[in-house]
Design a protein around this ligand. Structure first.
Ligand SMILES: Nc1ncnc2c1ncn2[C@@H]1O[C@H](COP(=O)(O)OP(=O)(O)OP(=O)(O)O)[C@@H](O)[C@H]1O
Ligand SMILES: [Mg+2]
Length: 262
């Protein structure tokens, strides 16, 4: 069984009296424990695909199979249960969470909502989650707006893993971080993947980051798949026009790929 199969996905938006295809006939798959990167220029449809896969928006056409079921056909309790297995991390956790909420509250929510731990058990689970993402448990009572950007992104990752997902969608999750913090967060993601076999749909415009974390890559151009394949092969010798342009535009690519590093 494949973890995720996206088939012929299409999403159009109206602009005046024209329909613009944000995503057009896009297909790809992700295996258990694998990282697939989505890359492409601004406006190529990356975030729209993320939102479609998360079912935050509905497609005009296409199909999404997740963990063996027709994800777009699920509703009610079956959808809620399956949603626990599919989590997300966005670029800006300040926008994703109530900035005045405490770290403990942000981590308590998924445990409570998905019925993962009893009220009495939850403080221990929260401490364990913080430890798992490399944060001190003293951070629990602090407000989201009081902690650093890197710490906030660790909290977002802790929140995502709280429900034991098989897939996490990360939309530019490390783009706002400075280089050293970015490296630490990528290491954390690699660690979690090794330990728990979580798959990532990893959206980034940064080919250096992609070569450090992704097994395979899909390059988008104006809503369509321009090229896809093994991350290192695509980045080393892109075949499509957009692939060549992205590689040419990338700042000095650190050619240490995931395969070489491990
Ligand atoms: N809610 C919306 N209403 C109208 N058009 C939209 C909407 N969301 C996205 N679009 C359009 O769909 C296209 C794809 O947008 P999308 O945000 O998916 O691109 P992206 O690849 O994530 O870009 P970026 O790298 O800038 O984040 C763009 O032309 C965008 O203007
Ligand atoms: Mg985007």
């Amino acid at each position: 069984m494949r973890l995720l199969t996206v088939s012929n996905l299409t999403k159009r938006y109206r602009r005046g009296d024209k329909a613009i295809a944000a995503v057009e006939d896009v297909s790809f798959h992700i295996d258990f424990g694998e990282t697939l990167a989505l890359a492409g220029p601004s406006g190529s449809g990356k975030s729209t695909i993320a939102r479609l896969v998360l079912r935050l928006i509905e497609p005009d056409a296409g199909r999404i199979d997740f963990e063996g079921s027709d994800f777009l056909a699920l509703s009610g309790a079956a959808l809620r249960a399956r949603r626990a297995r599919l989590q997300m991390v966005f670029q800006d956790p300040l926008a994703a969470f109530n900035p005045r909420a405490t770290v403990a509250r942000v981590l308590d929510d998924p445990l409570r909502i998905h019925g993962i731990a009893s009220r009495a058990e939850r403080p221990r689970r929260i401490a364990a989650l913080l430890e798992r993402v490399g944060l001190a448990s003293e951070l629990a009572p602090r407000a989201i707006h009081e902690i650093s950007g890197g710490q906030r992104q660790r909290v977002a990752i802790a929140r995502a893993v709280a429900t034991k997902p098989s897939l996490i969608v990360l939309d530019e999750a490390v783009s706002a971080l400075d280089v050293s913090v970015r490296g630490q967060i990528l290491d954390l993601l690699l660690d979690l993947q090794r330990q728990e076999r979580i798959a990532y749909l990893f959206i980034s415009h940064d080919l250096g980051v992609i070569s450090a974390i992704a097994h395979r890559v899909v390059l988008l151009d104006a809503g369509r798949v321009a090229e896809s394949g093994d991350a290192r092969t695509v980045i080393d010798s892109p075949q499509s026009a957009i692939g060549k342009a992205l590689v040419a535009a990338a700042p000095r690519l650190d050619r240490v790929s995931r395969q070489e590093a491990s």
